[in-house]
Ligand binder design. Structure first.
Ligand code: NAD
Length: 280
């Protein structure tokens, strides 16, 4: 597997993001170094972590072990919910760089809008400062509904480069994707496999059998052809490898339509309007 076959998308900051990456949510801190090393070995060059995952250190260790030059990989982290106040956000970002052992991240996100806390505009001010300092090559948001995005764009200067939201065949999230596209914001689809639950779907099984591919490869290829960025998670080496082998086949228009028709508005995670857990 050569990473040259993974396409990149252009972010509004002028930075290229590999369309396929590796997610480390729920990868135990002690296992992260090995798991991320496996992912780098099989060709992933984009890692999606977060302060909340408590495994940035292992990600940084694996990147250091890899011997890759800094411009050969792309790393995203996200601001923990407890730190939306301006000074807290800056201090938390510094800890992220320390944990990752890096001078800069490629992308830094507000993890959740937390409407009950109502400080995401203040947090964005801190991210704008980080962006201008060069310590993040792009900044963005996660779990922002259209009304959160509109308020942010009305009250601040920098348009988010990405919006990372839940998307998979059972949750197309088309309203959010449309608003992102309208503003040149790249949609990143989190839980692209619906945490594995969508893989049992008979439509996906049928398409996979016809193509001689696995259900996971079919679902991930559907995201790629829709144009979203994805970073499936696994700790199993064979699956980590399987999930990067997406670039030697295509889905027909009929297959794409059949998978899109599975949308039933079903989430595997929290709704951004009601998620207000600051971990405090
Ligand atoms: P996912 O949709 O990637 O599913 C992962 C699960 O699917 C695995 O634990 C495993 O059970 C199964 N799986 C993976 N590969 C498989 C294969 N080839 N065959 C069969 N089963 C397979 O779920 P996720 O980890 O929730 O999401 C991916 C990434 O998205 C996370 O690691 C994280 O980086 C990001 N994320 C972000 C947010 C956010 O709020 N911004 C929330 C959740 C996840």
């Amino acid at each position: 597997m050569s990473n040259e076959s993974i396409p990149s998308l252009l972010l509004n900051s002028g930075v290229q993001i590999p369309q396929l990456g590796f997610g480390v949510f729920q990868v135990p801190p002690k296992q992260t170094r090995d798991v991320v090393s496996t992912a780098l070995d099989v060709g992933y060059r984009h890692i999606d972590t977060a302060q909340m995952y408590r495994n940035e250190r292992g990600v940084g260790e694996a990147l250091a072990d890899s011997g890759l030059d800094r411009d050969e990989f792309f790393v995203t982290s996200k601001l923990n919910n407890a730190f939306h106040a301006h000074d807290d956000a800056l201090a938390a970002f510094d800890r992220t760089l320390e944990e990752l052992q890096l001078e800069h991240v490629d992308l830094f996100l507000i993890h959740w809008p937390l409407p009950a806390v109502d400080k995401y505009v203040e947090a964005w001010g801190a991210l704008e400062e980080i962006y201008r300092s060069g310590h993040a090559r792009a900044i963005g948001v996660s779990n922002f509904e259209p009304h959160h995005l509109r308020r942010l764009m009305d009250e601040t200067t920098v348009v988010p480069a990405v919006n990372q939201v839940e998307v998979h065949p059972w949750l197309g999230n088309e309203d959010v994707r449309a608003v992102d596209a309208e503003h040149g914001i790249v949609t990143e689809a989190w839980s692209p496999l619906g945490r594995g639950r969508v893989l049992e779907d008979p439509t996906i099984a049928r398409i996979a059998a016809n193509l001689g591919k696995t259900p996971a490869q079919v679902v991930l290829r559907w995201h790629i052809e829709r144009g979203d960025v994805i970073f499936p998670k696994s700790v199993t080496p064979a699956r980590i490898k399987e999930n990067v082998q997406l670039f030697d086949f295509e889905l027909s228009d009929a297959d794409m339509a059949d998978i899109s028709a599975l949308d039933r508005g079903e989430r595997v995670g929290s709704h951004p309007d009601t998620m207000n857990n600051t971990g405090r």
